[in-house]
Each structure stands twice: as C-alpha cells, then as structure tokens.
Design a protein around this ligand. Structure first.
Ligand code: SAH
Length: 348
C-alpha cells in the first residue's frame, strides 16, 4: 500500500499526525486517499451525530470594521464598501424570525465595529436569551479583551467563532497589516476557551501565499487546541483587495481537509461554509458528505445581505437563505441527511 494511505490510516487510528505527516497527506493526496478519508470521516461522524445536520441562523450585524485584513471585502480601508449596521432592535427581530423558522442557534457576526460595546452586546444577548432560553447565541465579532469576552459570556453567549486564519507567523503577516498580530489572535482564542465558550477557530483554504506546509501547521494547531468548532472555507478573491486577481481555493482540497479535521476530532462541529457554497453550486452537499455537520444559512435582513461582501459573488439566496429552510432540507435529504431543529451543541 502506498505511503499516503498509510498516513490516512494512522490518522484514523490515532487522531494525530506530525506536521510533516500532515503536509505529506496533503501534498501527496490521491483520489484513493480522498476516498478513504471521506469514508472514515462519514463513519466517525455518523457514530456520534448520526445523519443530523445542525443549522444556525447567521445574522451579519455590521460591515463596519476597524481592521484592514488584506483579503477581506469589508476591510476598513475599502472605500467602495457601502457600510451598514443593524440596530439591536433589528437584530432581535431577526432572531424572532429565525426562531419561527426553526433555528435554535443564532450567530451574530460582524466587523470590529466600535458601536457594539460590551454594554450594547450584553443587553442584546440578555434580551435574546430571555425570550429564547432554549436557543444558543454564538458570537463572531473578532478580537476583544478577556474582560469583554467574560462579560459577554456572563450575559449568556454560548459560543464564539474566531478563525485563527493561519498558524504561521510569516503567512499571517502577508495577510494582515502591521498593527494586527497572530499572537493576539491566539491569545483571544485561549481566553475564549478558558472562559468557557464553545470555541471555534479556522482558516481559509487556498489563501494567497499558502502552501501545504502552512495548512499542515493549521491542522497541528487544530489538533492541539481542541476547538469545539472549526470553520474552513476556500479563499475567494474580492475585487477591492490586493488579491483581486488571485485564484480561489479549491472545493476539492477544502473537502479533503474537512475529512481530515473530522478524523482529528470526531466530535467537532464542522460547517459546510458559505464560501464553499459560493465556488461550487453543490459545495454545501460536498462539504456534508466529506464530514461536515453544520450549515449556517443567512438570516440577515434582505436589504443588507449584499453589503456583507466578504468576497465576490457571495451567495445568500435559495438554500443559503434561512427563509428557504425547506429548500435546504430537501437538498440535505437528497444526500441522506436530516436538518434538525435543535441547539446542536458539541457532544463531548
Ligand atoms: N470580524 C470577525 C468576522 C470576520 S468575517 C472576525 O475577525 O472574526 C468571517 C471570516 O470570513 C473570516 O474569519 C475569514 O476567514 C473569512 N473571509 C474573509 N475574507 C474572505 C475571503 N476573501 N475569502 C474567503 N473567506 C474570507
């Protein structure tokens, strides 16, 4: 048997490889290794979560951002970005609508917008948790102080998504301006976990300058950090960034990595992301079949959706829209999966 299959088997058995081995598993991948990993990922996911797909209502609360991540369409320096911010009342209405549609997790995501102080957010979280005590609130609002995260947690927020973006210092610097640091990002992740949040990290696949070695480091970080959730999706260029002419990341490699991450942490919550659905019309399906078990349809008000423009052609209609949950349900049923109305916490 060839080397790469042996590595895949080792991963299945031990849930761990060295950085060198991860790199080999990626750079020497074959259709056989992909087939093996997909089958095993499916097996271990089904043993824990069955054929359930958890859904989250994604509310994009603001595209105002003080950061200038070079790859991101809503980066602070993009003067062509038409800015918006939802009011706490509007966000609350989105949750109400989402609840009626069967969503039991609301994800509040946005740029780092100074309007959303601890006070504003804590009030809002309390209000949501008061009306919907059986729902989970997930935040994805970037880097904040430990004290701030602590307050948000005490107010009732359950989960926090903060992609680490890359575990490699050099690559981090290529993708972010001087005033941002990988050290701080990692510190934030540690704090979130320490406070008690169900914590998610993640990275873009096929980001500019990214090599198999960089991805191997991401996998090792994910292995050691033991996140509850992990968001990975292909990099997609945005027209108002310096990476506008770069190629987008591949669905094939993204799915291969989803299977690997499922095998590293069999119980992890793993979304088939919007970016994967954007570069491939059946990306969500492919992601689920590779080992993902979460989909996050868009619950933002229709009129702001186009403005939360992280990358070109970001999809937000059809099965991507929370309002068309039936459509998503049908698509998942077709591949043997069942969308459920549940908080969908990580099973430990
Ligand atoms: N401000 C929050 C939310 C960022 S947007 C935070 O800092 O965590 C959520 C994710 O979108 C980012 O973490 C990034 O990985 C991803 N993203 C941004 N630009 C992208 C692009 N051009 N292609 C693919 N994914 C992108």
């Amino acid at each position: 048997m060839n080397d790469v299959i042996l590595l895949a088997e080792k991963l299945y058995k031990n849930h761990s490889l060295t950085v060198n081995e991860y790199e080999k598993l990626i750079s020497q991948r074959t259709s056989e290794s992909a087939k093996y990993l997909t089958e095993k990922a499916d097996e271990v996911r089904k043993a824990i979560y069955g054929n359930k797909v958890f859904v989250r209502g994604l509310i994009e609360i603001s595209n105002i951002c003080k950061n200038d991540c070079y790859y991101c369409g809503i980066r602070g320096g993009n003067v062509n970005c038409e800015r918006y911010r939802l009011t706490p009342e509007e966000i609350f209405l989105c949750c109400k609508e989402g609840y009626a549609l069967g969503f039991r997790t609301f994800v509040l995501q946005g740029g780092e917008d100074g309007f959303f102080t601890d006070e504003v957010l804590c009030d809002l979280i309390k209000k949501i948790k008061n009306l919907f005590p059986e729902c989970a609130v997930t935040l994805s609002l970037g880097e904040r102080s430990r004290e701030s995260y602590q307050k948000l947690y005490v107010s009732g927020a359950d989960r926090y998504l903060l992609r680490h973006e890359t575990a490699d210092e050099w690559l981090y610097k290529k993708l972010h301006p001087e005033n941002m640091s990988l050290k701080n990002r990692m510190e934030c992740l540690k704090n979130l976990k320490g406070i008690g949040f169900q914590t998610g990290c993640g990275f873009m696949v096929g980001a500019p300058y990214q090599t198999a070695e960089h991805i191997a480091k991401d996998l090792k970080f994910i292995e050691e950090f033991k996140p509850d959730m992990c968001g990975i999706g292909p990099f997609v260029p945005h027209k108002d960034t310096k990476f506008k002419s770069n190629e987008h990341g591949s669905a094939e490699l993204t799915c291969y990595l989803l299977s690997i991450i499922r095998l590293i942490h069999p119980n992890i919550l793993l979304p088939a992301t919007t970016a994967l659905g954007t570069i491939d019309p059946v990306g969500r399906e492919k992601g689920i079949l590779s080992g993902a078990n979460v989909v996050m349809p868009n619950l933002s008000p229709e009129q702001v959706r186009k403005k939360y423009d992280l990358y070109d052609n970001k999809v937000s209609s059809g099965a991507e829209s929370a309002m068309q949950r039936k459509n998503l349900e049908k698509r998942m049923e077709k591949i043997g999966f069942k969308v459920v109305t549940a908080r969908g916490d990580v099973i430990k």
